[in-house]
Design a protein around this ligand. Structure first.
Ligand SMILES: *Cc1c(COP(=O)(O)O)cnc(C)c1O
Length: 407
């Protein structure tokens, strides 16, 4: 929904967060441009034209940031899309979707056709695998899963039919960091398109297109919205791919409500300060967990024990607030004893909001190319904006319950 002007932009990311998407024509009225700080909610389905000639002109226009019909958006959504494009150096534009999964599905459908092969990281978000198996496979598109630590070795998996590589780094649940630049270099040599689910880092901590990726996908539901009250996804793409993504989004009838776009844009303004706090608190908790005898391993990309940590240190400028830890022994009931009694962590799916969450996760269920061997059950934490000392005290009591239940 937004096409970025070519030209040099040397503003730093935090400055962009405050300014992005606030074009004068979206924040004012003709003759009085730019007065409103945040682009307001423009609700519309029908757009009225002066006469038939006007209607024909609008229909023939190739610009998409023009009022035409509600499905193509209004300035509220264009502003958010434009802001996300500004946050992703190298992006020509961004399309918005009603959920992260919808964004992933549309991006895959846009780049693949029957007979193609897709390489998918083995530590991908489970619903992404579900789409590959239950939607793409019956259409004649084969998905081959690869080890997240494969790096340039991905070249060995390529065939004449390989059309796309889909990465997620760090991986869902287990947080292995991939060598994205190396994988992209191999892909570029062979004319293969690369996609990444960049929800964990956001462009603030990992500018995916600048690292070589063609298409970057966010579940905006998580950190962009940041308040656990809106579902949304986005796809930002390089100039080579944006038009393809834009056409596919239109063909699938994908759009977001102006109210949701407005809430997501409100969340985006504070992404920098929120991520910084999520990072600091999560790291404090991760380091504390490392010292606990009932914790076998902490899976956090900023810890040197995490597979791919060196790549994280090379390619990322920060770590967000989501990570996992592996318990030392114990069963499902002992893990539940830990989680059930927590006072400050909610039990629920999703993440990226201001509130902490704890979730039992079972990585072995979602692997086919690699094996997951844990010393015990795994807990995933979303560390929110509460005082980390309260969260540590809560987890400490939780580990005592785990110990008692494990026996
Ligand atoms: C939550 C999530 C998604 C999906 O986003 P929804 O908005 O819930 O559809 C995609 N990828 C990752 C890594 C996620 O955690």
């Amino acid at each position: 929904m937004s096409m970025k002007d070519e030209g040099k932009d040397d503003r730093r990311p935090l400055t962009k967060l405050a300014q992005a998407g606030r074009r004068a024509e979206w924040t004012g009225m003709p003759g009085q441009p730019g007065g409103i700080v945040s682009p307001p909610v423009w609700r519309a389905s029908t757009i009225l034209y002066d006469d038939v000639a006007h209607l024909r002109r609008a229909a023939g226009s190739s610009t998409h940031e023009r009022l035409f019909y509600g499905r193509k958006g209004t300035p509220t959504a264009w502003s958010l899309a434009d802001a996300l494009t500004e946050m992703e150096p190298g992006a020509a534009g961004t399309m918005l979707f009603p959920s992260g999964v919808a964004a992933i599905a549309c991006a895959l459908m846009a780049v693949l056709k029957p007979g193609d092969q897709l390489l998918m990281v083995d530590s991908a978000y489970d619903p992404t695998r579900g789409f590959c198996e239950r939607m793409l496979r019956p259409l004649g598109i084969e998905t081959i899963y690869y080890d997240p630590l494969i790096g340039p070795g991905i070249a060995d998996l390529l065939t004449d039919r390989t059309r796309a590589i889909f990465m997620e780094s760090p991986g869902s649940l287990t947080f292995e960091v991939q060598d994205v630049p190396a994988i992209c270099a191999v892909a570029r040599d062979r004319g293969i398109v690369t996609l990444i689910d960049n929800t964990w880092a956001t462009p603030l901590f990992f500018p995916a297109l600048a690292r070589g990726v063609d298409i970057s996908i966010l579940a905006c539901t998580k950190y962009i919205v940041g308040h656990s009250d809106v579902m949304m996804g986005s796809v930002s793409a390089s100039a080579d791919w944006f038009e393809t993504i834009r056409q596919s989004a239109y063909l699938f009838g994908q759009m977001v409500s102006p109210d949701d776009a407005w809430l997501a844009a409100r969340g985006l303004r504070t992404l920098g300060v929120r991520l910084k706090q999520h990072q600091d608190s999560a790291l404090a908790i991760a380091r504390w967990l490392v010292g606990q005898p009932d914790v076998a391993r902490v899976l956090h990309p900023a810890l040197s024990s995490c597979p791919g940590h060196d790549l994280w240190a090379r390619d990322f400028s920060g770590a967000s607030g989501l990570f996992s830890f592996v318990l030392m022994g114990g069963d499902e009931a002992a893990r539940a004893a830990l989680i059930d009694g927590l006072d400050h962590f909610g039990i629920g799916y999703s993440w990226g909001g201001f509130e902490s969450l704890a979730l039992p996760v079972d990585p072995a269920r979602y692997r086919t190319a690699t094996r997951w061997d844990g010393e015990g059950p795994v807990v995933r934490l979303q560390v929110g904006l509460e005082d980390p000392a309260d969260l540590i005290a809560d987890l400490s009591a939780g580990l005592a319950r785990f110990r008692a239940a494990r026996g």
